[in-house]
Design a binder for this molecule. Structure first.
Ligand code: F6R
Length: 608
């Protein structure tokens, strides 16, 4: 989704802005641009449809200079991807603005401004903001006041960075619903949609709160809260090194992140198992008191994180014996669900900034849940800050748009939750589960050795247009996740079904052009799954079965078996995710798609 970066310094900031945009690329975008106030005190601007590299090439030919500047990667919402719609947008020659988010009342404001004589050069909602700001400035003649008056009239969620030509010494930034972080340098200050963009220039950050307005100068940062009161916000040091968001020897971030899963999971577990027990306190200091009153769980998330929730439902109900419901955030937020007493509201999110998940959490806080818990990868995210309890997944920065290590670390976190809630409801095998969890990093290392055979297998998928993924029980969500991974990065249509449902419709699709991928660990439903696979075989389907070595699958030219290390039924969901990720990766690689930034998608979905 859109990315913002800004800088006020004693040096030319063009290169810093372009480098920052490169580091924001992972969020997903379709055009890019930047504006600086130059030595003649003019706003100079460059914009392109397409990649940041194109912008960089243009700037190489026609460099821009300035000590104060803002830049942006745009992910189209209002108006197609084009140079005209790319940010920064300007009003006259005095105001330039970049924006992340959506302005819901933009069409009425646009009409109002057209009547006042403003001419629109784009189809974006953003251009409304910059003209409105120019209009407000006419009255107050004070930039900060004009910004406050402008945002009072905007409905929606947004983050803004603003340049005003006559005042080249500063940038005004606004955070209302979309994330924005200030980076503090020495005699220079920065802002960005996320800290990863600023790691090469600073490790000291201020995370703006909802409604904050920041006035950034090279030597100071002034912050005003939603009521206009001057406030101090905590400076936080980040230990992240900028190399941690580099690709290293891997061809793609996605592949690097798939291979990082053993270490990511070790990090998730570190300090979370003490004396063969999971202490309640890993979820927060008041977690014990909260967990005592929990009678059921409502999980809410989007996309891949939602699939992690679906796996957890099997665990929470079958092992912890706690009723659990799972729903996508974009639905529950508008559904007005019945909330039963003693329900724990759990959000799952890599970014912690997903607009739907955040809105669902805010809605939940008004509707009688016993407590809210965020399982999240980004410590400073809005989701973490706004939840009662938190468990960080510690997967490290995830740059590939397709989520991989965030998912498996969420599963580990959810198993820890199952254990702490379950021991209050009769779960007795805590020690066994913990010892299995501790073996996971090694088992995942072993599973990753399947990369080579799966790369070979992927050749059989490259020319296919459709595919079907099957699983049963807690492997059904893994089938859903395998299908999501394949479709989002290879653009092959992929569907997932609980295998028992095949005969109720999808069997009609089976022919030799429809590869069927089955997840077959050695669990209670294996024999049932095998019968379902027979149904596919009998109709000429081509089967690719990911199975435990001890699972006897019929030998047949139309059945290819990929042997996965032997694991218990519980952790099978985590282990079998790896071959699904590898399959999607290698199919996409052979098809030559833009794996880390697949078309039409964004990493952090900060708009509804
Ligand atoms: C798929 C993917 C998305 C995200 C979804 C939620 O590979 O990455 O489906 O899982 O947009 O994002 P988070 O987890 O950041 O809330």
């Amino acid at each position: 989704m859109c990315g913002i970066i800004g800088a006020v310094a004693q040096r030319n900031v063009e290169a810093i802005l372009v480098a920052g945009l490169k580091r924001l690329e992972y969020r997903g975008y379709d055009s890019a641009g930047l504006a600086l106030i130059d030595a003649q005190e003019e706003i100079v601007r460059a914009r392109v449809e397409g990649k940041v590299d194109l912008l960089a090439a243009q700037l190489k030919q026609h460099p821009l200079h300035g000590h104060t500047g803002i830049a942006h990667t745009r992910w189209a919402t209002h108006g197609a991807p084009s140079e005209k719609n790319a940010h920064p947008h300007m009003s006259g020659s005095d105001f330039a603005l970049v924006h992340n988010g959506i302005i819901e009342n933009y069409s009425e404001l646009r009409e109002e401004l057209i009547k006042l004589g403003y001419v629109f050069n784009s189809q974006t909602d953003t251009e409304v903001i910059v003209h409105l700001l120019a209009e407000q400035y006419k009255g107050s003649k004070d930039l900060l006041t004009a910004v406050k008056q402008t945002i009072e009239r905007l409905h929606g969620a947004f983050a803004l960075a603003i340049l005003y030509r006559p005042e080249p010494q500063h940038i005004i930034a606004v955070r209302k619903g979309s994330p924005l972080v200030i980076g503090l340098g020495i005699e220079e200050n920065f802002l960005a949609s996320d800290q990863l963009a600023l790691l090469p220039v600073t490790q000291e950050f201020i995370y703006l709160e909802e409604g904050d307005i920041a006035d950034l100068h090279a030597d100071k940062v002034l912050i005003y809260d939603a009521h206009g009161k001057s406030v101090e916000r905590k400076i936080q040091h980040s230990d992240l090194q900028h190399q941690s968001v580099e690709r290293g020897a891997y061809r793609h971030f996605m592949l690097k992140e798939i291979f990082e899963q053993p270490i990511a999971i070790s990090n998730t577990l570190e300090g979370r198992i003490i004396n063969s027990q999971v202490p309640d306190e890993i979820f927060g200091v008041h977690a014990s008191k909260t967990f005592e009153k929990i009678k059921q769980v409502q999980i809410v998330a989007c996309g891949t994180s939602y699939h992690a929730g679906l796996v957890a439902r099997y665990w929470l109900e079958s092992m912890a014996r706690i009723p659990c419901r799972v729903e996508v955030a974009s639905e529950i937020r508008y559904r007005n669900p019945v909330v039963q007493a003693g329900t724990l509201f759990v959000t799952l999110s890599q970014s912690g900034e997903t607009a739907d998940t955040l809105a669902a959490l805010r809605e939940a806080k008004k509707t009688g849940y016993a407590a809210t818990l965020a399982i999240c990868n980004v410590p400073q995210s809005s989701l973490v800050r706004e939840s009662d309890l938190v468990l960080l997944t510690r997967a490290g920065p995830e740059i590939g748009v397709a989520s991989t290590k965030a998912f498996t670390t969420q599963l580990v976190a959810l198993l820890l939750l199952t254990i702490v809630l379950g021991r209050r409801h009769g779960l007795t095998n805590e020690k066994v589960l913990l010892s299995e969890l501790q073996q996971l990093p090694r088992l995942l290392e072993e599973t990753l050795t399947l990369a080579k055979p799966i790369e070979k297998l992927a050749e059989q998928f490259v020319l296919k247009n459709n595919s079907l993924f099957l699983g049963r029980g807690a492997q059904y969500p893994i089938a859903l996740e395998g299908a999501l991974k394949l479709k989002e990065i290879s653009y092959i249509h992929a569907e997932a079904y609980p295998a028992g449902e095949l005969k109720h419709g999808p069997l009609a699709l089976i022919d030799e052009d429809m590869p069927v991928i089955a997840i077959a660990p050695n669990d209670d439903l294996l024999e049932k799954l095998k019968s379902n696979l027979q149904e596919v075989r009998a109709r000429g389907g081509k089967l690719f079965v990911f199975a435990d070595a001890i699972v006897a699958i019929e030998k047949h030219p139309d059945i290819q078996i990929i042997t996965v290390p032997s694991v218990s039924a519980v952790i099978a969901s985590i282990v079998y995710t790896i071959p699904m990720q590898l399959l999607a990766y290698y199919v996409a690689y052979l098809k030559g798609t833009d794996i880390d930034k697949p078309r039409n998608l964004a990493k952090s979905v900060t708009v509804e």
